[in-house]
Design a binder for this molecule. Sequence first.
Ligand code: PBG
Length: 334
Amino acid sequence: MNRRPRRNRKSAPVRAQVRETHLGVENLIYPIFLVDGENVKSEVPSMPGNYRWSIDTVMQELEECMDLGVKHFDFFPAMPDDKKDKYATSSYNPDENFYLRALAKIRKNFPEMVIMTDVAMDPYSTDGHDGIVEGGKILNDETIEILAKMTVAQADAGADIIGPSDMMDGRIEYLRTELDLAGHTDTSIMSYTAKYASAFYGPFRDALDSAPKEAADIPKDKKTYQMDPANKREALLEGELDYLEGADYLMVKPAVHYMDVIHELKENFNIPVAAYHVSGECAMLIAACQNGWLDYERAMPETLMSLRRAGADSILTYFAKDFAKMVRDGKLDW
Ligand code: PBG
């Protein structure tokens, strides 16, 4: 045998030298749930180890993360019911929206942090949808006007990257234009390009109380705007539109179940591709580890590395802090 692939696997230093893919803390974006109030740190039941934080308690958490090298965050608001209405009007009004005020404080305390925000109506909407519901339908063009106000308000508060997670048509071009008109030419857009109508967002909707509401005239699911899990070519169409409309990053969501889509977008577009390892994917892994069926310190890094191998430049993951701790403690064992 003159070709023995095992020779390149014979020791840890040899494996390290020929490793094709690298995963570092700098690749990760850490999603954080914020709530109004003081002194709150309440665990999300279906995502052990993840919390809803009030602005006072989150500051120390953010400082710890920054010290560990986690510098990219994606913030999500859990809005109180009395701040929700049909047109998500609180979403762009700092007097009515603790989230915008919290972002401004975080910006001030951490000038070097990369702050990403979420743009969609669901946390602010009494209907629990990402767009305006009228006559049992989600209105596209009327929705993007609200998304634009939300976007500019978030950029005003100090966001570096805007994350439109709503899947309305044409929103990237509209948001880009409105950002530029408001003077925010440096604010990036990470488009949720291929966001699928997935069962894996359940724990997130519990955390934010943002699930579609039960009523005869409200669609029960998000299938008229989020993508059909059966479709891959359609992701190329969404990618092309987002690219032409001015997105700075294309995102695929969920992640592990959609690795082929990540790969496809990476092959076809010359802008960074992100993958969102979503709440349900995170919950599955934690549950198996808590049962003793999987080893967290091996399964978690392997999951993230696999997403990098599939083509993700950036990974949104609830494991960002734990991964950074493993790096610090020299525990990574590839
Ligand atoms: C809101 C939004 C969702 C997620 C991110 N932004 C939920 C949804 O579309 O219903 C899901 C994130 C996760 O599950 O971790 N538009």
